[in-house]
Design a protein around this ligand. Structure first.
Ligand code: SF4
Length: 147
């Protein structure tokens, strides 16, 4: 947070050619967070941009490990793709349909897969993670091949 606040003001004004984020963590995380900061400021493009449910009482799945796994599985992508992983069928579809590909988990062990703003499949909840990852990779690789 301190890095984002301090560096973000300068970077948004076009000041600076390099950045360094310091974390009490594996140095690999510093690179990941620096990229995320640049993407959030619109200064870096490419790769997956994740939106994930912050969770609340409506959440129907263990969202945190799912979101972490999806983010890790898409970290290698070069092509741009927006991905949403949401935890309920009430507010989840809004974010899921705003992304290139998204999922909204639901109660009863099922959920919805969205692509380009439309529901494309109703699936078992345990299959949604692989489905969103596979689709995100396909979209990102197709976009990457065009550039
Ligand atoms: S998407 Fe659903 S579960 Fe997630 S925070 Fe919003 S309302 Fe709660």
């Amino acid at each position: 947070m301190k890095s984002a606040a301090g560096l973000g003001i300068l970077l948004a004004d076009g000041i600076g050619d390099t950045i360094r984020i310091s974390l009490t963590a594996d140095p690999v995380e510093e690179v990941r967070v620096a990229r995320l900061l640049l993407k959030s400021l619109g200064l870096k493009f490419g790769g997956a941009t994740m939106t994930s449910c912050p969770t609340c009482g409506r959440c129907s799945v263990a969202m945190i490990p799912i979101a972490e796994r999806v983010e890790k599985r898409l970290a290698h992508l070069k092509g741009e793709v927006a991905v949403a992983v949401m935890g309920c069928e009430v507010n989840g579809p809004g974010e899921a349909s705003a992304a290139d590909v998204g999922v909204a988990y639901g109660h009863g062990g099922v959920g919805l897969l969205f692509k380009d703003g439309k529901i494309v499949r109703r699936m078992r909840a345990e299959d949604l993670e692989d489905a969103v990852v596979d689709e995100a990779i396909r979209i990102a690789e197709a976009r990457s091949a065009k550039t």
